[in-house]
Design a binder for this molecule. Structure first.
Ligand code: GGG
Length: 353
């Protein structure tokens, strides 16, 4: 069966790393006669904004709806404020397609050195589930007394709905049960005396329905410390939008850097297409120089395959990444001298072995 994949390379290094993710998917289809992909590249992003005043066309979501999945690169450009680019493209897709699970593996691959002394792949292997449609990223708020310096006020409204919290927590427990792993909730139920208290209460209620799945709760500050001191205590982690964003950058830090941080924005019910992207941004400082590490983008393509029911290919891609690392196929962020294209090609070649 042919799968329709929308490709949005976006800004900065997005096109360079996305080209490698697509190359690897094409190679998978060459090797597996049962698989084929139809790609449609959508040149949405900052150039589109500068030409048309919008990051994507008004009917962008309607166009995307017909696809089986979306592969995205990066969003952000120094010529346009970051909130405009993010709220013009990435966040409307996550919210509009109800991609309420942002799955971010924090996993130290073989051949990658963690900055944490003495920690290896067995110590750093977690799945972080970030609530992806509400919380601190509700997009609701206001500026009061604009222009009146001295009085001006910014309001940012945090939204935690029963439905929103319950479904992400339930997803975490279902995953924990399926994989035989513990579930850890991360919140801030002391200082955030409404939203945090509510999150913790819903977590306890759902946990009671899964007595076979070990669970615990941490305050986000303590969780950040344990990510560094003792990452092995985390298996499945469930947290809110902002905390998940911050903790997974910390997770990337302990797992070798943002070059290895992949993510899936999932609509688990399949009512809408899910979207796959590296966690990193557009890195305008190195855009166009051909040295961006494409491994996070390629890993996110592996998550896309897993979502489409091709888990065996997802694992083969990870093995190919590990093999390429072992063979010294590394971009400068990993101390190597290979180009983005070299590394993509090296991974694609190793898929056959
Ligand atoms: N890879 C997409 C990208 O450019 N992400 C940058 C970013 O700031 N994302 C915000 C978020 O994930 O919440």
């Amino acid at each position: 069966m042919s799968r329709r994949i929308a490709v949005i390379p976006g800004d900065g290094i997005g096109p360079e790393v996305t080209a490698q993710a697509v190359r690897v998917l094409r190679r998978v289809a060459e090797l597996d006669p049962a698989l084929s992909f139809e790609f449609e590249e959508l040149r949405w992003g900052t150039e589109h904004f500068l030409a048309h005043g919008e990051m994507m066309p008004e009917d962008g979501l309607r166009h995307l709806r017909a696809f089986d999945a979306i592969q995205l690169g990066a969003v952000g450009d120094p010529r346009v404020p970051d909130d405009v680019t993010l709220w013009g493209l990435l966040l409307p897709i996550r919210q509009g397609f109800d991609q309420y699970v942002n799955l971010r593996p924090v996993r130290l691959l073989r051949g990658v050195e963690s900055p944490l002394r003495g920690r290896g792949p067995a110590d750093i292997d977690m799945l972080v589930l970030r609530e992806n449609t509400e919380g601190e990223y509700s997009g609701k708020g206001d500026f009061l007394f604009p222009g009146d310096v001295g009085r001006e006020i910014a309001l940012q409204t945090t939204v935690f709905s029963r439905r929103g919290v319950e479904r992400i927590v339930r997803h975490a427990f279902e995953l924990g049960r399926r994989l035989g792993k513990s579930v850890t909730s991360v919140s801030k139920g002391n200082a955030m005396n409404y939203s945090g208290v509510f999150w913790d209460r819903v977590f306890r209620e759902v946990a009671a329905e899964y007595p076979d799945v070990p669970s615990r709760s941490y305050l986000v500050d303590a969780a950040a410390m344990f990510f560094v001191q003792d990452p092995g205590r985390f298996q499945v982690v469930v947290t809110s939008n902002l905390f998940g964003d911050i903790l997974t950058d910390l997770g990337a830090g302990i797992a070798g850097g943002l070059g290895f941080a992949a993510s899936a924005n999932l609509n688990p019910e399949g009512r809408f297409p899910s979207m796959f992207e590296p966690v990193h941004g557009s890195a305008p400082d190195i855009a166009g120089s051909g040295i961006a590490n494409p491994m996070a983008a390629i890993w996110s393509a592996a998550l896309l395959l897993e979502h489409l029911g091709e888990g065996a290919w997802a694992e083969r891609i990870l093995r190919a990444i590990e093999q390429a690392l072992a063979d010294g196929e590394r971009t400068p962020d990993l101390g190597g001298n290979r180009t983005t294209d070299d590394v993509g090609s090296a991974i694609a070649r190793r898929l056959a072995t």
